[in-house]
Structures are given as C-alpha cells and as structure tokens.
Write a protein that binds this ligand. Structure first.
Ligand code: CIR
Length: 254
C-alpha cells in the first residue's frame, strides 16, 4: 500500500517542455486544473499528497517520477538522460531526506530516468532507452542488491520510457501494449493487452487497489475493469502533449 505521494505543480515553462507527441502546445490553465484533479484522485485513494511549488527553471519538472526511484528500503536519485532535466534532482534529493534514511544516487556516466523502472514486488525491471543506459541501470541494480532487492534489464525499441508501454497492477497482472506484448521476460505475467490505438492507456497506476487510467480509452478501461479492478479515469491530455502519462506525475511512497 502507498501512504503518500509527491507531486510538483507545473510551471508555465511547461510550454517549452520536451516532446515528440505532435499534439500541439499544452494549455497551461487546463494543465493546472488537470493537475489539481490528479491530486484529488490520489487523496481519494488514501494518499497524503505533498505538493512541491512550480519550478519555472525546469519545464519538465512536473514529471517528478523520473528523478527518483522510491523503494521500501531506500530512495535512489536518478541522473536524467537529457540536459534540460539534469538539475531537477537537486531539489528532490532535499525533499526525500524528510522521508528516507537511505538515499543513493546514480553517477555519471550513468543516466537513468525512473519512468524506465517498473517495480514488481522486490524486483525492478529497468528499461534501456534513450534516457537510461546500461551503466546507470547497472548502478541502480547494485543499490537494489545492497538493500536485498533485485533488478533486470529490458531493451526498449520504440517508446520513450519503459512505463510508457507497460504497467504492473499487482496480483501478477501486467498491462502492456506494442513491443511489450511479446517480450520474453513478461510472459509469466497475466498480460492485459492494450490495443495500439489506445496505447497511451498502457501507462496507468495501481494505487491501493484502485487503478488510475487516462480518460478517454474505453477498450482499455473495459480490459482492466474485467480483471477486477476499480477504475478511476483522470484527464491528463495537457501532459500527454509533452509525452507524459499518469505515472510520471507523482512519486509514490510506502
Ligand atoms: C520528457 O521528455 O522528459 C518529458 N516531456 C516527459 C516525461 C515523461 N515521463 C515519464 O514517462 N516517466
């Protein structure tokens, strides 16, 4: 169960955030409304939500998930794989000191963004992507081992982050789309397949027996609901325009 989440209010500079989406510029006012609704939903799921102030210096800093991996035993500060995001870790490290005694940090030449890391119990899958390299993932696996956990690598071919295309919903259920449907390492999961035309919904999050999915993906909703989950739809179109999904918008703590 999660007890707490950390989020960061988007700044107006989000309009110059990184994107490959081709969906146009985000509407800032709408993004603020959607972000507030996201916080409300996390609270409904029983989380105490800490809201960090917007930081205009970093256009993508609302995507807090990428800058730290939180486990039951330790926090691992990542090393974002793109220069405009590299400074985001400084403040998050200070914030996490309030919650963790054990804090580790990825060093150069490693790069890692935690959108590439999926937790399955005490095992962590690490996507090797344009934002996470083998050196960085290797450092994370060593930290995990130090605290009695484990990790393994998954090669990505097409998507930005591992969790862009795959999400673990507990009880051995794995939501997956595209290249992840056939990956050898995921074949022992019960795969809940998301169609290509709804692939954005493959980034969803399990929060204390509820599953948050993006609004507007009826087939994905049906698939996940029929596996027995209570679904909450959240509208995050303005973050989708920056390649961000539901998971990227929070750090969830135990
Ligand atoms: C970026 O390119 O870094 C941001 N525009 C989106 C980050 C999304 N984060 C995630 O998938 N974990």
């Amino acid at each position: 169960m999660f007890n707490r989440a950390i989020v960061r209010t988007p700044g107006e500079s989000m309009l110059s955030g990184l994107t490959t989406a081709n969906l146009g510029l985000p509407n800032y006012e709408k993004a603020l409304v959607q972000h507030a609704e996201y916080i409300k939903v996390l609270e409904e799921c029983g989380l105490q939500v800490s809201v960090l102030a917007k930081n205009e210096q970093y256009p993508d800093s609302t995507f807090v998930e990428d800058v730290a991996l939180l486990t039951k035993e330790c926090a691992i500060i990542t090393k974002p794989g793109t220069p405009s995001r590299s400074g985001e870790t400084v403040e998050i490290k200070k914030v996490l000191k309030d919650y963790y005694l054990n804090i580790e940090e990825v060093r150069e030449p490693g790069i890692v963004e935690a959108g590439d890391i999926m937790m399955v119990g005490s095992h962590f899958y690490l996507g090797i992507s344009a934002r996470t390299n083998e050196n960085g993932a290797g450092q994370v696996i060593e930290f995990l081992k130090k605290y009695g956990m484990s990790g393994s690598l998954v090669k990505l071919d097409k998507v930005l982050h591992l969790k862009t295309g795959v999400s673990y919903l507990e009880q051995n259920n794995l939501v997956a789309t595209g290249e992840f449907l056939t990956k050898e390492e995921f074949q022992n999961f019960n795969i809940l397949e998301i169609a290509d035309d709804e692939s954005y919904a493959a980034n969803c999050i399990w929060v204390n027996d509820r599953v948050l999915i993006p609004k507007g993906y009826p087939k994905a909703r049906e698939t996940i609901a029929s596996a027995g989950y209570s679904i909450i739809e959240v509208d995050v179109t303005e973050f989708q325009k920056l390649d961000g999904g539901l998971s990227c918008l929070s750090l969830r703590l135990f």
